[in-house]
Design a protein around this ligand. Structure first.
Ligand code: COA
Length: 379
């Protein structure tokens, strides 16, 4: 096969995988997940239905969904060594993404030799919310709450964080969020997972790598800082001064801009609608209005800062608004993104396993080629 030998920084525009999982059209501002336009499925499917669809290429029937839920319920509880590790981590005060990455590394314990990929996928998906909730509670000196087998995936997450069964509206809001961000083309963390599986490695290793990639503020770490920015502004009348100062200092406004979308991120629209519905029914409308005012000012500042680049609101901005409304603490915004995205990562792991092709790009050497050896005593 001929090799193009062209260096493309950030691999922008390079196609490195074929997928049936999601289609991101950055110019039209369109996202298709599992064959569905995002807005036709995100606020209807349960998270379990969404994952089943990605893993199997179609919606589950009633029996399949029931069986899938049952299998997850069996794997949701954490093995003792994972709990012990989380307790040790809590005393070290690690950040939540580091806690998640460390604990997830132990989730392959007791995995069967047969159908290992299937088992690990279900174990990882089921146990992610348990790990995050336990890590969060332990780091706040609280006891761990075991999952409730009667509750679904999203409801269990809220239950294990707070200790009480959540309202249907909160579960719906969270499921819409999880469905919206479950998959998004060949983003950095998904690519990482696929590279690891392509070496014929196991799914736990792939997911640990993906968590590491997601942790960075340019990928999954933005919703917390986006919310902090709104808190810092505090009052709409101060928005322009605060944002202008940030831009002048060379800071990026968190929750705006995207590598792929050159128009508004369609996920922002779905989450904006979910947030509006949730806040109108049960939320702090004063805060909601402040966030929308900050968005308006930020967009006009960014147009002034980078004229013609059309920097728009991205998914993280409305994630911050919705998750805050749902009562989730800022410290677990990024791990909550991982609770969703692990469903997509695993779907890509299955797809990459089937593709069975080692991912091995090339580098372009730009160093010297003719250096002279100098003995140690002469250097
Ligand atoms: N605030 C201020 N300036 C921004 C910006 C933001 N949020 N996003 C992009 N820019 C600037 C860049 O610095 C760049 O300026 P330059 O040409 O002088 O270097 C210009 O706009 C074009 O950037 P672009 O190439 O479109 O962005 P990218 O692909 O390098 O980066 C992000 C994409 C997402 C990393 C970037 O928009 C960003 O850092 N956003 C804030 C973090 C965030 O919300 N992340 C979550 C993404 S879902």
């Amino acid at each position: 096969m001929s090799t193009p030998n062209i260096y493309v920084p950030g691999l922008e525009g390079i196609v490195a995988a074929q997928t049936k999982l999601s289609k991101v059209d950055g110019l039209a501002g369109e996202l298709v997940i599992g064959g569905f336009k995002l807005e036709t499925i995100a606020n209807k499917a349960s998270f379990e239905e969404m994952v089943f669809t990605l893993w199997n290429g179609r919606l589950p029937n009633e029996k399949e969904l029931k069986d899938f839920r049952k299998s997850l319920a069996k794997l949701r509880e954490l093995p003792e060594p994972t709990l012990k590790l989380l307790k040790a981590i809590a005393t070290e005060k690690l950040n939540m993404m580091d806690a998640l990455r460390s604990a997830v590394g132990t989730l392959g314990l007791n995995s069967p030799k047969e159908n290992q990929d299937q088992w690990l996928a279900q174990r990882l998906l089921a146990a992610f919310p348990t790990v995050v909730a336990a890590a969060w509670r332990l780091s706040h000196g609280k006891r761990v709450i075991a999952p409730d087998p009667k509750l679904g995936h999203a409801a269990n997450y809220l239950y294990m964080i707070e200790g009480k069964a959540p309202s249907a509206a909160r579960v719906r809001g969270l499921e819409t969020y999880l469905n919206t961000v479950i998959d998004h083309g060949l983003n950095a963390s998904t690519f990482t997972a696929r590279v690891i599986v392509s070496t014929a490695s196991d799914f736990v290793s792939a997911i640990v790598g993906a968590i590491g990639a997601l942790k960075g503020p340019l990928h999954g770490g933005a919703p917390g800082p986006a919310l902090d920015m709104v808190f810092e502004i505090g009052d709409a009348s101060k928005a322009e001064a605060v944002l202008r100062k940030k831009l002048a200092a060379g800071e990026r406004l968190m929750g705006f801009g995207h590598r792929i979308y050159k128009v508004r991120d369609p996920r922002a629209d779905v989450l904006a609608k979910a947030a509006r519905e949730f806040y109108e029914a049960d939320g702090d409308m004063k805060f909601y209005d402040l966030v929308l005012d900050v968005e308006k000012v930020a967009l006009s500042m960014l147009e002034e800062h980078k004229p013609g680049r059309n920097l728009q609101t991205n998914v993280e901005f409305y994630t911050a608004l919705l998750l805050h409304g749902l009562g989730l603490p800022t410290g677990i915004f990024s791990p909550t993104f991982a609770v969703a995205r692990v469903g997509g990562w695993l779907a890509h792991c299955f797809e990459q396993r089937a593709a069975a092709r080692l991912i091995r790009p090339q580098s372009q050497y730009i160093g010297e080629t003719d250096k002279h050896w100098i003995p140690l005593e002469s250097r």
